[in-house]
Design a protein around this ligand. Structure first.
Ligand code: SF4
Length: 347
């Protein structure tokens, strides 16, 4: 599917051929933003009703179903926001959410009530001043995580300005970006963007969000290689999604592609309780079985940590199935083939 401009409306979805029957989609678009870049549109197969790329980006009527356990702020950002644009959930790090727009709008997004044209917008100059002042005043903050929205939608000039202000804060040692841009709009990643990402002079990390092996196109590989070659440390972020990657072959291929492209597998998120996303959620039992199967199948380099963000703002918990049980120096441990052993051994 060839599109030359981003798709942002139901009419454009129909015109591009990504949707044939738009009945009811106006109601979805009224609640949740639509955004599909040309790079993503090119990956969608509209003739396949089970296409994993379409599932991630093309709106469906299933989004109008909100279950009782879903909530507008599923991971409790607002509970830990001392000033606009800052989330301070853990002592040594903060989120800095300078912008609430994205190049694409993922149908499973955990911040779907906050992002998009009707979302929380971009921080004003005064709000950004207050956010930077908060970071400067709290010398326990070692790491600043730019997220959003997608921080790489900012121009290199705007990003450079923010980075230069962080450069002056001595106690901040790490600046981390969470972004989908290298995959969904790889042409944005150029020498100017890389220079801006590194302009704080701190150690720069960038979490590349990808959920399916098909997202590794020649263009996205080029963008990721440019970041890696420039010395930006790359880690992965994926969401375990029904109909997209909830099978061991797809997950194994995805994690191996991260490693092959110099992106260290980091988090595989259990999907959050965001409104209208129940059709994406797998059970935790299924997620544990999948990550256990990965252990027996691919290199240790390619193992992600399976993570649940506890609703209410209580932070992240590792939820991979435990392989050890017991106490008092007598444990039973399960190996990668599912066979149990005593530790320490009796013989
Ligand atoms: S890029 Fe991230 S913040 Fe934006 S819609 Fe997708 S998941 Fe949500």
């Amino acid at each position: 599917m060839t599109a030359h401009r981003p798709i942002k409306s139901v009419a454009e979805l129909v015109a591009s051929g990504l949707v044939s029957d738009a009945t009811g989609l106006g109601a979805v678009a009224a609640k949740y933003a639509i955004g599909i870049t040309p790079a993503v549109a090119a990956l969608i197969d509209p003739t396949n009703p089970d296409d994993p790329m379409a599932h991630q980006f093309v709106p469906t009527l299933a989004e109008l179903v909100t279950t009782p356990d879903e909530r507008a702020d599923p991971i409790g950002d607002l509970t830990h926001s001392p000033v606009e644009g800052i989330v301070h959930r853990y002592p040594d790090r903060v989120l800095l959410k300078a912008v609430h727009v994205c190049p694409v709008y993922c149908r499973f997004c955990f911040r779907r009530e906050m992002v998009g044209p009707q979302g929380l917008g971009t921080l004003t100059g005064v709000e950004l001043d207050a956010a930077i002042a908060y970071i400067a005043e709290h010398d326990e903050i070692w790491e600043v995580i730019l997220t959003g929205g997608d921080p790489l939608v900012l121009s290199p000039r705007r990003l450079m300005q923010i980075m230069q202000r962080l450069a002056g804060i001595e106690h901040v040692k790490i600046v981390r970006f969470h972004t989908r841009v290298p995959v969904v709009e790889p042409e944005r990643v150029d020498a100017d963007m890389v220079a801006a990402l590194k302009a704080s002079g701190k150690t720069t990390y960038l979490a590349v969000h990808a959920n399916h092996p098909r997202e590794f196109t020649p263009e996205s590989r080029r963008a990721i290689a440019l970041l890696a070659d420039s010395g930006v440390a790359l880690i992965s972020q994926s969401v375990l999604l029904k109909g997209v990657n909830n099978d061991v072959e797809t997950l194994a291929a995805l994690m191996k592609l991260f490693v092959e492209n110099r992106v260290q597998p980091y988090y595989l998120h259990h999907p959050d309780l965001a409104p209208g996303t129940s059709h994406f959620r797998v059970s935790i039992d299924e997620g544990q079985a999948l990550v256990t199967a990965l252990r027996g199948r691919i290199s240790g380099l390619a193992q992600p940590t399976y993570i649940l963000d506890i609703p209410g703002g209580h932070g992240k918990a590792e939820i991979g199935a435990s392989v050890i049980s017991g106490s008092d120096g007598c444990f039973t441990v399960r190996d990668w083939q599912g066979v149990t052993h005593q530790y320490p051994p009796k013989d």
